[in-house]
Design a protein around this ligand. Structure first.
Ligand code: CTP
Length: 409
């Protein structure tokens, strides 16, 4: 049997990037031989094994044929006769379809190395279409390697468009899609992921609510970039530039969905878009089964981002309501994430990226003031149960009024 390093490990070594996990392909072996060597099978139907010591994945060279719709519809054909070239041709991109032996000799029948040099993400063969998840994968690689100048080949984009139009993307499970989405959002240029999905028509299928923002104008005075879709991409870009966590990036992507619902006669204004957008944010959250903290923050940022921008003008009572809605007493981190999401929103406007955002410190200060109100004196005065809650609120309001006045002077 011959063993080759394949896929991302070869690609990233040639790019001079750190290699995190290594996939191996085994040519000329049977399942029985692998088991005899101590490899552990991954699943009953998959010709994939884990190395007894390193735990790395070793797959028997295989060809795949699609037998039905969605990811379930695969049949594998692995046998010692399947060649390395046959295994590589069913892979997604030429840059992922190179193999290397233990002497670092490259097998590159589909010119992955040339495409690496020319910075092109190109599909290997029509077998690309066998797994619709690859549409998301290509968009993710485009985001990851954007800084190196990689672009999707026109013929690959065309194939991605056909796949998007074919209805195949709808068959993807939430779990598989989310894994790609969250990895893409954590790249340095996540906006490229969304842009590529849009360019091939996949965004319309996966997140029509985000796609609908493109072509919707906003008032130029506040939003020199005008277009709501462009604005959303910029907010997402800012969130990555400022190294924000996944929760914030997800909230940035979804914060303005309500703008896509505004009737054209009302353009460029978007009255109550914060509230109108909530059902759309909920729908996207649920479609991809986003983790709970992402879901929650996206809804809160959707609902309250305008409050964040107007923080300095808010009445003390509104400020208190905002802090209560976030439960800043028990969930300080979540409020901090809200604040930075608002800041990213403000910076995601053309020409205003560097403008300071005093609202952030003002909101942090307000949360500290509200948190600083002590319960003990109220307990000592004999307050209990709901009355204690009311008394606490009154004290917090008083403290916030003082805070607001001192900030104004
Ligand atoms: N692959 C594929 N189609 C998929 C998933 C994987 O063709 N839907 C192939 C590619 O050759 C890929 C390899 O399997 O390089 C390993 O896949 P994976 O570990 O998911 O990705 P990597 O390419 O290693 O990329 P990453 O660095 O993002 O993990």
């Amino acid at each position: 049997m011959q063993i080759y390093k394949v896929g991302g490990a070869v690609r990233d070594r040639l790019l001079g990037k750190p290699v995190t996990d290594i996939d191996w392909v085994v040519v000329g072996a049977t399942t029985e031989e692998m088991l005899a060597k101590g490899f552990r099978p991954v699943g009953a139907d998959f010709p994939v094994f884990l190395h007894p010591k390193s735990g790395e994945e070793y797959a028997l060279a295989r060809t795949e044929r699609k037998s039905g719709r969605g990811y379930g519809g695969f049949t594998f054909h692995a046998s010692p006769e399947v060649t390395l070239e046959e295994d590589l041709i069913r892979r997604d991109l030429t840059i992922n379809a190179m193999a290397e032996d233990d002497q670092q000799n490259l097998t590159d029948p589909y010119h992955g190395q040339r495409d690496l040099e020319e910075r092109i993400l190109r599909h290997v063969s029509p077998a690309f279409a066998e797994d619709p998840l690859r549409v998301l994968r290509v968009a993710r690689f485009a985001a990851r390697y954007a800084e190196l100048g990689f672009k999707v080949a026109p013929e690959t984009l065309e194939l991605m468009r056909q796949l998007s139009e074919s209805g195949e993307l709808e068959a993807l499970t939430a779990e598989r899609s989310w894994k790609e989405i969250f990895r893409a959002l954590m790249e340095d240029q996540p906006q490229v992921f969304i842009q590529v999905l849009r360019d091939c028509g996949a965004l319309k299928v996966l997140m029509p609510e985000v796609d609908a923002l493109f072509g919707v104008p906003q008032p130029e005075a506040h939003h020199p970039e005008i277009d709501s879709g462009i604005h959303t991409l910029s907010v997402l870009e800012q969130s990555a530039l400022h190294k924000q966590p996944l929760t914030v990036r997800w909230a940035c992507l979804l914060h303005d969905l309500g703008k896509g619902l505004t009737p054209e006669e009302e353009w460029p204004r978007h009255i109550a878009h914060e509230h109108k957008g909530l059902k759309l944010i909920k729908a996207v959250n649920e479609r991809f089964k986003a983790p709970k903290d992402c879901q929650e923050l996206a809804l809160l940022v959707g609902q309250y981002h305008t409050h964040g921008h107007r923080a300095l003008e808010l009445k003390a009572s509104t400020l208190l309501e905002l802090l209560q809605s976030f439960d800043v007493y028990r969930r300080p981190q979540r409020f901090e994430e809200f604040i930075v999401a608002c800041e990213m929103d403000a910076r995601g406007r053309k020409g205003l990226e560097q403008r300071s955002y005093p609202q952030a410190d003002y909101l942090r200060g307000a949360a500290n003031v509200a948190r600083g109100v002590a319960v003990q004196p109220l307990l000592e005065k004999g307050f209990k149960g709901p009355e204690l809650g009311e008394a606490l609120k009154r004290e917090r309001l008083k403290a916030l009024k003082v805070y607001k006045e001192s900030a104004a002077s």
